[in-house]
Design a protein around this ligand. Structure first.
Ligand code: SME
Length: 164
């Protein structure tokens, strides 16, 4: 069982040194990747203007999730609202606990080794500004206890991170 209280203390300690978003997300993904057993990806997608869509018309398009700091294999760069597990967590503003990603309609497979996933929305001023995404090669890797623990971790991160 992961010691989420310890992880919260560790992220608080890191935030006392710097709460800068990229720095804190980088160390948060490293902490989670080390502390959780059987995970093959841990990191963040950040809500951003869709500047990377080279096919978009010059008129400003809707914001998307762009990949942020993470640990694991090279991942999908941009995810639209409502797409995949991450885009669903963003649209619904609700944690997605997915015991079998192959049964999740529209799941985006970044690493074919992934079988289960949890995605938690991150807020600033009441809006979803990013999501925390963790993947596992095991089916049903994430439990209700992990959900509660990771949501607590994200609440701590929201309090100490300087969003930019
Ligand atoms: N599986 C995610 C995409 C991100 S990767 O897992 C890192 C999804 O369906 O949104």
């Amino acid at each position: 069982m992961t010691d989420y209280r310890l992880l919260e203390e560790q992220i608080k300690g890191l935030a006392e040194i710097s709460g800068e978003m990229v720095s804190l997300m980088s160390n948060a993904s490293a902490l989670l990747y080390e502390a959780l057993s059987d995970v093959n990806w841990a990191g963040f997608y950040i809500v951003r203007p869709d500047a990377t869509d080279k096919t978009a018309q010059p008129i400003v398009s809707e914001p998307v999730l762009l990949v942020g700091p993470f640990q694991g294999k090279v991942a999908c760069v941009r995810i639209e609202k409502g797409k995949g597990v991450c885009g669903t967590a963003w649209e619904e503003d609700k944690t997605q606990l997915v015991p079998d990603v192959h049964k999740f309609p529209g799941h985006i497979a970044c690493d074919s080794a992934s079988n289960s996933e949890i995605v938690i929305p991150i807020h600033h001023n009441g809006e979803v500004v990013a999501v925390l995404d963790i993947d596992s090669p095991l089916l049903g890797r994430f439990t209700e206890d992990d959900k509660v623990g990771l949501e607590g971790f994200v609440r701590t991160l929201e309090k100490c991170m300087e969003y930019n």
